[in-house]
Design a protein around this ligand. Structure first.
Ligand SMILES: NC(=O)c1ccc[n+]([C@@H]2O[C@H](COP(=O)([O-])OP(=O)(O)OC[C@H]3O[C@@H](n4cnc5c(N)ncnc54)[C@H](O)[C@@H]3O)[C@@H](O)[C@H]2O)c1
Length: 298
């Protein structure tokens, strides 16, 4: 994280949904925005506020009020924004850094998803951005020029085998950002999503083979994976007055991973393991092994 404050959020107020502990992306968005001069409120589900570390974060951020709220519950969101208005006032930024998938936690493959959990994933990780913005509009909790940010992942656009139902939740999240962005322009309110690299957090590291996914993108991205701290710094720019005309965008914060095709070191690394045993061990089907190795030049 940048040590230096540029005062980019001086005089601004905001709420951050989703910081749990020091690994959370939301945690670092909170500390970066506080460093830049913002007045904050922190929100999470009641249990996380009780047993997690958000109280510590609130102290670090100038005794920010903690507001318990289930982001998949519209009534709780309305109560949350009313409380926010009383304690902090209408806000200049809202950060949605919320996500959860029971299917991912339990390692259920895509073709065997539990549909109750699937609904829950979509509700908590995708539709909640819609509920959140709708509640903020209804309670008049946003100032003109408010910046709304959701944190997403590239699995919304391209399949990542182990991302399962979260991929659809992220596609919803990104679509909601575009659709509310198109409707809130009259109030100069902007809505964007930040598509972040794999990051070692509670939610992230629950994904099957997360370590391998992490190293893969870290090796391929020209700048390497972006950390949670760096995500905090990037989000500051989106909350600042310097980005007032950026809206409805899905902004990749991933060290260039999303734009990469091939890199020579990765090609060589892969070529070293291009034999039947290694491919079998990695999970390739016999069809694929046969197809590829039959064409392998000596
Ligand atoms: N970690 C990664 O690799 C990665 C990559 C790209 C995007 N993201 C996204 O970043 C965001 C933050 O996740 P993280 O990786 O910091 O993990 P995290 O576990 O630290 O944060 C997720 C938060 O969501 C909260 N949450 C769960 N259900 C909720 C509900 N019903 N209402 C309100 N809050 C609820 C949890 O309590 C937790 O604080 C998520 O949207 C996640 O999908 C993560």
């Amino acid at each position: 994280m940048s040590e230096q404050s540029y005062g980019l959020l001086k005089g601004k107020k905001g709420i951050i949904f989703g910081p749990l502990d020091e690994s959370s992306i939301g945690w670092h968005i909170a500390t970066a925005s506080y460093r830049e001069g913002a007045q904050l409120a922190i929100s999470n589900v009641a249990l996380a506020l009780r047993v997690g570390k958000p109280q510590e974060l609130a102290k670090m951020c100038g005794n920010a009020p903690l507001i318990a709220c289930d982001a998949s519950n519209s009534q709780e969101l309305k109560t949350c924004f009313n409380e926010l208005k009383q304690k902090v006032g209408p806000v200049d930024f809202i950060v949605h850094s919320v996500g959860m998938s029971q299917n991912i936690r339990k390692g259920i493959p895509y073709d065997k998803l539990n549909y109750e959990w699937y609904h829950k994933t979509l509700d908590v990780s995708g539709l909640s951005l819609h509920r959140m913005i709708a509640a903020a509009i209804e309670t008049e909790a946003m100032n003109d020029y408010c910046s709304i940010i959701g944190v997403t992942h590239m699995a919304a656009q391209r399949p990542f085998t182990t991302y399962t139902d979260m991929a659809e939740a992220k596609a919803i999240l990104e679509s909601v950002a575009r659709n509310f962005g198109s409707r809130l322009g009259d109030q100069k309110i902007r809505v964007n999503t930040v598509s972040q690299s794999p990051t070692w957090t509670r939610a992230g590291s629950g994904i099957e083979d997360f370590d391998k996914m992490f190293y893969y993108s870290d090796l391929l991205a020209p700048l390497g994976n972006a950390t949670a701290e760096e995500c905090g710094d990037y989000c500051v720019t989106l909350m600042s007055d310097l980005t007032r005309k950026v809206t409805m965008q899905n902004l990749f914060h991933d060290g260039g991973f999303s734009m990469m095709g091939l890199s020579q070191p990765m090609l060589h690394l892969m070529n070293n393991t291009l034999d039947a045993d290694a491919m079998r061990k990695a999970g390739f089907s016999e069809n694929v092994i046969e197809r590829v190795l039959s064409k392998k030049q000596s």
